[in-house]
Design a protein around this ligand. Structure first.
Ligand SMILES: NC(=O)c1ccc[n+]([C@@H]2O[C@H](COP(=O)([O-])OP(=O)(O)OC[C@H]3O[C@@H](n4cnc5c(N)ncnc54)[C@H](OP(=O)(O)O)[C@@H]3O)[C@@H](O)[C@H]2O)c1
Length: 378
C-alpha cells in the first residue's frame, strides 16, 4: 500500500494525484494533504479522503479550517508543511507545491526517509545539489512527475547510464511558437494562460509560454539523471505526444509516448516499479497521424537561453534566476509588466548577479531572498 502525503493537494498536480488515488483506491491511501490557503477545496478533500493531517500555510485560514473540521488535525505554516512531509504513517510524499518554498518541506520529507514524487521543479533548480545528496544519503527514491522527466526515467529503465549519448526533451513550443518578435511585444495575460496542449497552474503555464519551463526542465534533468548539460537537447514537438527521448551511444533512440495528460506520469510515480491499469482508452495513432519536430528559437525565447547559461555557470545563478523569474511571472500576471519584460528584466538581473558557491540550505534561502527583492524592484 502506498500511503501518501500531497504538498499542494489543491493544485493541478495535486488534484490529478487525488484522481489517481480514487482510481487506485485499493493501492493508494491519502494520509495527509497541504495547500497554501484554498480551504474550501481542502475541506472537500478532507471530507472525501479523511486524512490524518492537514496543513494550511496561511495561519488564519488554518484556524478557520480547524473550526470547520473539528474532528481533523489541522496544522499551519512551514512547520505544518514539514509535519505533513514527515508524517510517520506516510511512505511517499508528492511534492506538488508551486515555487521554491517547496524545497524546505521536500528536504524534510527526504530527511524523514520518504520516497518523493517530484513535480515541484523549482525545488530542484534552487537546491538540486542539496536534494540529490540527501536522497543518496537517505537511500530514498526520487521519482519524477514532470512528464518529460518521467519519460526519460521510463526510457532509462534497465539501461546502462554510461551508454547515454544525449537526452532529448520535447517542448510543445507554447502558444506563441509562431509569433514574430514584434507580435511578442503585445501578449495579454489571457493569451499566455491559454496553453495549446497542457492544462496546468498559472505560473507553469506562463513559464511554458516563455520557454522558461523548458529551461527549468533542462536543469531538472541534469540533477535527476546526472547527465551533463552539453548532452541535454530541447526539440519543439507541438503535438506533445512524445514526452521525451533518450539517444544511446549505439544511435538507438527510446521515446516515451502517450496522451498529453499528467495522470500518466503521476500514476507511474505512485505505482513504481509496477504498472497498473490506467484511465485512458487505447491511443489513436490515426487521429494523431502527424508528429512534427522543430529547433527551439533561442532568440525569440530568450528565457531558454538564460536557463542554459545559468546552469552552465552554476553556483547561485540557477536559483537566482528561478526566484527572480517567479517574481517577474507574478508581476506579469498582476499586469505590472509586459510578457517580453519577463525575459528582458531577467537577463539584466542575471548579468548583474555575482555568482557564489551554494553549500547549504541557508545559502539557497539567502540567494532566493536577494533575487526576489531585486526582481520586485527591476
Ligand atoms: N500542472 C502541471 O501539469 C505540471 C507539470 C509538471 C510539473 N509541474 C510542477 O508542479 C508544481 C505545481 O504545479 P501546478 O500546476 O499543480 O500548480 P497550481 O495548480 O498553481 O497549484 C499550486 C499548489 O501549490 C499550493 N501552494 C502554493 N504555495 C504554497 C505554500 N506556500 N504552502 C503550501 N502550499 C502552497 C497551492 O495551494 P492553494 O491552492 O491553497 O494556493 C496549490 O495546491 C509546480 O512546481 C510545477 O512546475 C506542474
Amino acid at each position: 500500500m502506498k500511503r501518501i502525503a500531497i504538498l499542494g493537494s489543491t493544485g493541478s498536480i495535486g488534484e490529478s494525484t487525488l484522481k489517481i488515488a480514487r482510481h487506485l483506491k485499493d493501492k493508494i491511501e491519502v494520509r495527509a494533504i497541504a495547500a497554501k490557503s484554498n480551504i474550501d477545496k481542502l475541506e472537500q478533500q478532507a471530507r472525501e479522503f479523511s486524512p490524518e493531517l492537514i496543513a494550511v500555510f496561511d495561519e488564519d485560514k488554518a484556524l478557520e479550517l480547524q473550526k470547520r473540521l473539528p474532528n481533523h488535525r489541522v496544522v499551519a505554516g512551514m512547520e505544518g508543511l514539514k509535519a505533513v512531509a514527515g508524517l510517520a504513517s506516510v511512505n511517499m510524499v508528492v511534492s506538488a507545491m508551486t515555487g521554491t518554498l517547496g524545497l524546505e518541506p521536500t528536504l524534510a520529507a527526504i530527511k524523514a526517509g520518504k520516497d518523493i514524487g517530484l513535480a515541484n521543479k523549482e525545488a530542484l533548480i534552487s537546491g538540486g545539489g542539496l536534494v540529490t545528496a540527501l536522497v543518496k544519503e537517505k537511500g530514498v527514491k526520487l521519482l519524477p512527475i514532470d512528464s518529460e522527466h518521467s519519460a526519460i526515467f521510463q526510457c532509462l529503465n534497465g539501461e546502462d547510464r554510461s551508454a547515454i549519448k544525449r537526452l532529448i526533451i520535447t517542448a510543445s513550443g507554447g502558444p506563441f511558437k509562431n509569433h514574430t518578435k514584434e507580435q511578442l511585444h503585445n501578449i495579454s495575460v489571457d493569451q499566455a494562460l491559454n496553453h495549446p496542449t497542457w492544462r496546468m497552474g498559472p505560473k507553469i503555464t506562463v513559464d511554458s509560454s516563455t520557454l522558461m519551463n523548458k529551461g527549468l526542465e533542462v536543469i531538472e534533468a541534469h540533477w535527476l539523471f546526472g547527465v551533463s548539460l552539453d548532452k541535454i537537447d530541447v526539440v519543439v514537438h507541438p503535438q506533445s505526444i512524445i514526452h521525451s527521448l533518450v539517444e544511446f551511444v549505439d544511435c538507438s533512440m527510446i521515446a516515451q509516448m502517450g496522451e498529453p495528460n499528467m495522470m500518466v506520469p503521476i500514476q507511474y510515480a505512485l505505482t513504481y516499479p509496477d504498472r497498473l491499469p490506467g484511465v485512458f482508452q487505447n491511443f489513436d495513432f490515426i487521429k494523431n497521424g502527424t508528429l512534427q519536430f522543430f529547433a527551439p528559437d533561442f532568440d525569440r525565447f530568450r528565457c531558454l537561453k538564460l536557463a542554459y547559461d545559468a546552469a552552465k555557470k552554476g553556483g547561485t545563478l540557477p536559483g537566482y534566476m528561478n526566484a527572480a523569474n517567479e517574481v517577474l511571472v507574478h508581476r506579469f500576471l498582476d499586469k505590472q509588466i509586459s510578457w517580453s519584460d519577463i525575459s528582458h528584466k531577467l537577463e539584466n538581473l542575471m548579468q548583474r548577479h555575482s555568482v557564489q558557491r551554494v553549500s547549504s540550505f541557508e545559502d539557497v534561502i539567502a540567494n532566493d531572498k536577494v533575487a526576489r527583492k531585486e526582481a520586485a524592484l527591476a
